[in-house]
Ligand binder design. Structure first.
Ligand code: GDP
Ligand code: MG
Length: 662
């Protein structure tokens, strides 16, 4: 293929706007897959993708297409849409010259449409807007066209209106790819320069690297070098993805394909690496910014005997997903394990599910936390820690206030797109999450785009769910990293009869709500209650307060006015919940146990487990000694699974229960 006849492009969109379906149609139209079969998201190969109906991993397919007497090679890279995987998107884009920006004709521009557009825009790619799902009854392609003009400054007449489901106008998409996206700028006569933009691990063949060739040619038998490791490898196989691997003799500059070269180790197949010929070293291509983990959680085998299995499963899976960071960690209660960093909660869930499904490993995950920072206050401390600013990925290692000049928390720039009728509620939700508004524009008569700076920990767990529920599912949300800001953070300990349980330490923000209130503040709350036509104090009969979900900025205070026993602020409610759960899962012992949540020396929640004498022999009447022995032995075995906190024996299960549901 002459370079002139090659196009490398990606499909980007908000989740569910039809990327994978469009990819199916493109594969059919070009005869890459059989049209007679009922093809559904064929590029979503992973089980988790099929079950969840989302794309997690970018996929590549080479299509051949004849147009105006010429044959073209079109390399298509399907990408995930969810915010947690935008790293995959930006990586895929580095192998492309253009994108199809798919927008649902019914839903219009959504938060991830915006985020993905800017990734393509910053990479200086040609953008072809595609309005999909025009077959839907409520489709309004004209107004979506106007949104595209307004938000992206792309002339409306450049939009291609299609139905990926029915195949309407899909041929025009292929023609636009040929006409509007430039061929790659590459040089075949130069020495080989290949970018590793993705890699997967195969048990039998080792690492399969997806490469985009910027210069030169590579074929079987070539000796290649990784710019990153400087190690030499012999190429065993090259080929194209069709979308399944199809070996070829050579790969030429401008092509996208795969390469197998006996790389066996995670570090030997770094994404973003440049490969070149052993005899002809070249300048490496600019790599990628490494992915920055946003949430950390401890991961432990359910049973310590599974440690080695889990270790190798994690190693293999991180080759397929290099955005996960891994640190060894251990806990008295849970044994040896790891602290893993993920791009978001969905990413964490998907990783966990893949471990279970693809590697048959079952694990305990501890409560996720964001990477806080602390600036140390004394020269001695700085020397001990070997840096002035430390990152805290494990709450148990949170340095106390006396050691630091300030704490910092990660923040993100969030984009929310919502129908105007929900703007008020959305703004209140954001306020309750300590967010600061940056911008607000109307993208058409009834849709608003809001920009906020959010503390990451306020959105990691349940922000998206709250946003969806208060907007009846219509608001969408996406965010990008925005650095750090100063924060008032405190460590919340969980104590059993006065002894700290390290595994349950949590970092919380000092809510202003916990500091009493002024008369004016109370007046404001009363009038709010009136506005909501709700009674203060115990007169409110509601079982649970709907305000708590909707996070009105004063919801904690309001909730307390209505239900005097309700927790005072977030720290109180988190502490209370942990204590309650611990109470339910702790077996009674010979003495009373006090379960407390404390911030510093201040106790904010307490539960008590009453004393009880468990006699395993109680039900054993008569003198069957072997049966008695058996029972005693079982009790002794049970003891091995206990962790002593002070003089209290806490079974492993109790930790698992508390950690799992936190
Ligand atoms: P992705 O998340 O962007 O990859 O979206 P999918 O391709 O998985 O599509 C999401 C949903 O929209 C699926 O249920 C598709 O069947 C549906 N869909 C995709 N394109 C069309 C279309 O043109 N018309 C209609 N009515 N539904 C579509
Ligand atoms: Mg998809």
């Amino acid at each position: 293929f002459s370079v002139e006849n090659i196009r490398n492009f990606s499909i980007i969109a908000h989740v569910d706007h039809g990327k994978s379906t469009l990819a199916d149609r493109l594969l059919e139209l070009t005869g890459t897959i059989d049209k007679t079969k009922n093809n559904k998201q064929v590029l979503d190969k992973l089980q988790v993708e099929r079950e969840r109906g989302i794309t997690v991993k970018a996929q590549t397919a080479s299509l051949f297409y004849n147009w105006e007497g010429k044959q073209y090679l079109l390399n298509l890279i399907d990408t995930p849409g969810h915010v947690d995987f935008s790293y995959e998107v930006s990586r895929s884009l580095s192998a492309c010259q253009g994108v199809l920006l798919v927008v649902d004709a019914n839903e219009g521009i959504q938060a991830q449409t915006v985020a993905n557009f800017f990734l393509a825009f910053e990479a200086q790619l040609s953008v072809i807007p595609v309005i999909n799902k025009i077959d839907l009854k409520n489709a309004d392609p004209e107004s979506v066209e106007k949104q595209i003009e307004k938000v992206f400054d792309i002339p409306g007449d450049e939009c291609i209106k299609i139905s990926a489901k029915l195949g309407t106008n899909v041929e025009r998409v292929l023609q636009a790819v040929i006409e509007r996206i430039p061929p790659p700028k590459v040089h075949r006569i130069n020495p080989l320069r290949a970018l590793v933009f993705d890699s997967t691990f195969d048990q039998y063949r080792g690492v399969i690297a997806n490469v985009a060739l910027f210069d030169g040619v590579v074929s079987k038998g070539d000796k290649i070098v990784s710019a990153h490791t400087k190690k030499i490898h012999e190429v065993n196989e090259v080929g194209v993805l069709n979308p399944n691997e199809q070996p070829a003799h050579k790969l030429y500059a401008g092509q996208v394909g795969y390469l197998i070269a006996g790389m066996k180790d995670v570090t030997e197949a770094q994404i973003g690496d440049t490969l070149y010929l052993h005899k002809q070293p070249v300048e490496p291509l600019p790599g990628f910014k490494s992915a920055k983990p946003m949430v950390f959680a401890g991961m432990y085998p359910i049973d310590q005997s599974e440690y080695n299995n889990l270790k190798s499963a994690i190693e293999k899976l991180t080759i397929n997903d290099s955005s996960v960071t891994v640190h060894r960690d251990s806990s008295l209660a849970l044994g040896a394990g790891w602290r893993l960093g993920f791009l978001g909660l969905l990413h964490m869930e998907v990783f966990n599910q893949r471990l279970e499904q693809e590697y048959n490993a079952s694990v305990i995950l501890t409560t996720p936390t964001v990477p806080y920072k602390a600036v140390l206050s004394s020269a001695k401390l700085i020397k001990d820690y070997r840096e002035k600013e430390i990152t805290i990925i494990n709450p148990a290692q949170f340095p106390e206030k006396s050691k630091v000049t300030e704490y910092l928390e990660p923040v993100v720039l969030g984009t929310i797109i919502t129908p105007d009728e929900y703007t008020g509620k959305v703004m209140m939700l954001c306020q309750a999450r300590r967010a600061v508004q940056k911008n607000m524009i109307f993208i058409d008569q009834n849709r608003v785009m809001l920009k906020y700076i959010f503390p990451l920990n306020e959105i990691v767990v349940d922000f998206y769910d709250s946003l969806k529920s208060l907007s009846s599912g219509y608001a969408s949300f996406d965010y990008e990293d925005a650095g750090y800001q100063t924060a008032e953070l405190v460590k919340m300990d969980i104590l059993l009869n006065g002894n700290i349980v390290e595994e349950l330490v949590t970092i919380v923000h000092k809510e202003s709500a916990s500091r009493g209130g002024t008369e004016r503040g109370r007046q404001r709350i009363r009038s709010r209650l009136q506005a909501l036509s709700c009674q203060p104090r115990a007169q409110c009969g509601a079982e649970t307060c709907e305000l708590q979900d909707h996070d009105l900025s004063q919801s904690w205070k309001l909730n307390r006015l209505r239900h005097p026993g309700a927790p005072r602020d977030k720290a109180h409610s988190v502490g209370k919940a942990i204590c309650e759960r611990l109470k339910d899962s702790l077996p009674r012992q010979l003495f009373e146990i006090a379960i407390q949540a404390a911030i510093g020396s201040k106790i904010i929640a307490r539960e008590t487990v009453k004393a009880y004498r468990k006699n395993v022999l109680a039900k054993c009447y008569g003198g069957d000694i072997t049966r008695k022995m058996k029972l005693l032995k079982r009790q002794a075995e049970g003891k091995k699974k206990l962790r002593k906190v002070g003089n209290i024996e806490v079974p492993r299960d109790a930790f698992i229960k508390v950690l799992k549901t936190q």
